[in-house]
Design a protein around this ligand. Structure first.
Ligand SMILES: Cc1cc2nc3c(=O)[nH]c(=O)nc-3n(C[C@H](O)[C@H](O)[C@H](O)COP(=O)(O)OP(=O)(O)OC[C@H]3O[C@@H](n4cnc5c(N)ncnc54)[C@H](O)[C@@H]3O)c2cc1C
Length: 408
């Protein structure tokens, strides 16, 4: 039966649901507070939009009810996302499994979604901020004291609280609560980590390859490798962002949070590092410690080590005391920083938390508390790793709801 469907939020999840719904001929209205849809999409992947990943292992997706994810993110639904990309005419450029638009510009994805929505006859009301929704006589009424827009079904696609300047400021949670939903506490995820004041600040600006271990109360809970960026306040880079979600939750519960940085990631003990340096010193006996290390690591990092630990870098390896050798190999093998916080929602790419998966039917994403009310995208308690998983979930959930609404 043809229905009038209202969608709050013109992000990826909202537009994907809208385009899919039009294929079943429903009347669709997107209500967007900005003067145009897809504002956040334009910023993704540093303007290149990493929208999907070939590696669709479920371990790249996270939720406080992680055990429910395999039921939600299925291979059939992942295939439906790839079919959807074809249907909106997006051509992928695939680099190491990461999908980008062929143009390497997020604007191609923005245009593909926007033009497809227009072609399909999706109605868009922009500059419309949804503050309130009520239900009367099985009809949803949006902003009952103002515009009074009515519909048979309502899809909440308002995003999270990440990057609020793009329009997602958490209003969706308020709407969900007004229908009796609980909200899993919302926290920044894919965000930079702040270290304790006393730690090294002069490493600001260094970029290097490293292996990170995140520790909660001394226990390793996650490991990531990749480019690490050292900043004035702490650490950043993709490997940092990927460990941030779990650490933010641990910080909130008062746990002790640390990150162990392994600057020579292919070596797995301090002894191996010392032996490695010993061997290099034999190979290049005339080199000073400074010259020995500068050929392996960024110049600035080597000098941070020397300044911080007061090691005489003009000495040769074989003339160092055992204590000095221990200091150098200990730092390079594993330098532990205490983490005291994360950057704010303003800098976080996504949020963890949101509408609990236990409060929606996983086969439709319909609310268990209110018939014909649905949730899609980041407003739900699902977040993904860096690498196209967050947009991936926005597409997947949008398609899922777009296919299910009105099929009763
Ligand atoms: C800088 C940055 C880079 C990123 N890069 C990547 C990447 O490369 N790959 C990846 O997978 N993910 C990336 N992400 C994450 C990804 O962009 C989000 O996960 C995704 O956009 C979520 O889609 P959504 O439709 O659920 O929400 P959003 O994109 O946030 O859309 C929500 C929409 O709802 C509107 N809205 C909210 N409240 C109201 C209201 N009350 N009334 C009316 N309208 C409302 C907002 O204005 C917004 O347009 C990045 C995020 C950021 C911030």
């Amino acid at each position: 039966m043809k229905k009038k469907v209202l969608i709050i939020g013109g992000g990826v999840a909202g537009l994907t649901a809208a385009i899919t719904l039009r294929k079943n001929n429903h009347e669709v209205w997107i209500l967007e507070r900005n003067d145009r849809p897809l504002k956040k999409l334009l910023l993704t992947g540093n303007g290149k939009c990493n929208y999907w990943n070939q590696d669709q292992a479920i371990t790249h997706y996270h939720s406080t009810t992680e055990e429910l994810l395999p039921e939600l993110i299925t291979s059939t639904r992942q295939q439906a996302v790839l079919d959807f990309f074809d249907s909106i005419g997006i051509i992928p450029r695939i680099k190491n499994g990461y999908y980008y638009p062929f143009s390497n510009q997020a604007s191609s994805m923005v245009e593909s979604l926007y033009l497809s929505a227009i072609d399909q006859g999706v109605n868009m009301l922009t500059n419309l901020f949804v503050e309130d929704v009520i239900v009367q006589d099985n009809q949803f009424i949006v902003n009952p004291m103002k515009e009074k827009i009515t519909g048979d079904s309502l899809i909440v696609a308002t995003g999270s609280m990440a990057y609020p300047k793009t329009g997602s400021d958490g209003m969706g949670y308020k709407i969900a609560k007004s229908f009796g939903h609980h909200i899993v506490p919302v926290m920044p995820a894919l965000v930079q980590l702040k270290m304790k004041e006393s730690d090294l600040k002069d490493w600001k600006g260094i970029r290097c390859e490293a292996r990170l271990e995140s520790l909660v109360n001394g226990k390793v809970i996650q490991e990531e490798s990749g480019e690490l960026q050292l900043t004035e306040y702490g650490i950043s880079g993709i490997c940092t962002l990927n460990i941030s979600s779990k650490l933010a939750r641990s910080l909130a519960t008062g746990d002790k949070v640390e990150v162990a940085i392994h600057f020579l990631p292919w070596l797995s003990t301090k002894q191996e590092v010392e032996t490695y340096l010993e061997n290099r010193a034999c190979l290049f006996p005339n080199r000073t410690l400074e010259e020995l290390l500068e050929t392996i690591l960024p110049y600035k990092l080597v000098h941070v080590l020397f300044n911080h630990y007061k090691v005489d870098f003009k000495k040769k390896w074989h003339t160092l005391t055992q204590q000095e050798k221990d200091t150098v190999s200990g730092f390079l093998f594993c330098h532990v920083v205490e983490i005291v916080g994360t950057n704010s929602f303003d800098q976080s790419q996504v949020c963890s938390g949101g509408v609990p998966l236990t409060e929606v039917h996983l086969e439709t994403l319909e609310s268990k508390y209110q018939k014909n009310l649905y949730f899609v995208g980041e407003v739900l308690d699902v977040n993904g790793d860096c690498g196209g998983y967050n947009l991936g979930f926005a597409f997947l959930s949008g398609i899922l709801v777009g296919k299910k609404v009105g099929n009763d």
